[in-house]
Every structure is written in structure tokens, then in C-alpha cells.
Design a protein around this ligand. Sequence first.
Ligand SMILES: [Zn+2]
Length: 146
Amino acid sequence: MTDKTGTKSSADISALATRMEAQVESSFSGSDGNSTWTTDAVISTGNAPSNGEHEINIQPSSFFSAPGVLGNVDKIGGNQININDSISSLTPTSTNSNASFERTAAHEVGHAAGLRHGSGGLMEQTRNSNSLEINKSQIKDIVENN
Ligand SMILES: [Zn+2]
């Protein structure tokens, strides 16, 4: 994970990486019937990504094409994930009706894993953080596409 805002300390970035790891592991682990799936996320800081690794950038709002965009990927199935620094301090709330760093980070990982927007769950295009999990069919899509 890299700070592209020029404003974060290495401790700030490490804290964001830890939050993202925890949410990705939670969002991409689950069960349905006889199927279970787990994910181990490792997000390093301070190093350029090696071949095959994803690049995760904390970007200033000015990076994005439109105001209010929370994050994006270079392409579906791509290697570059961008997250808007404006939501770095936002965590999923008790009402979960607001944007959060955790939800956006995990959502963009879904895009990087080849998932498109869907109805409900983590891959719904919404600012709400009330849907943090992917489902069995999306896990199947990831396995078959990677
Ligand atoms: Zn999306």
C-alpha cells in the first residue's frame, strides 16, 4: 500500500493496511451449505509491488474523475486499486448507512479479482456499508476466472 497524497506517515499507511487486511479476510470468508471459503490477505507497505502483486494506492480526491468517487481499479481483474483518502477515517457504523474505507477497500479487491457490480452484497454499487460480504457464486466466479 502506498500513500499518493503525500500527507500520511508510515504508521498511518500501516494502520490502513491492517484495516484493509481485516476487512478483506472477513468479506472474502464465509459459508453456504456445504461450501466454506477463507481468505488470508497480506498487504505490505513501503515496497513497490512485485510481479503478480496488487498495487494499492491511497489517492487524493483530485485523482478521481468525478467528485465523490470512493475508489476504483485500473480495470476489472486489474492489478491497481485506488482508494480515496477522503474516506480513510470512515469505518462501518452501527447504522452502516455511510461510506467506509473498509467497504470500499474490499469492494475494489472484488473488482481486482474479476467481479463486476451485482445486486446486494459487497459488489453492489452503493455508498452504504451495510453489505460487506460476497456470496458463493461470486467466490465461484473468482476461482474460475483466476
Ligand atoms: Zn464498484
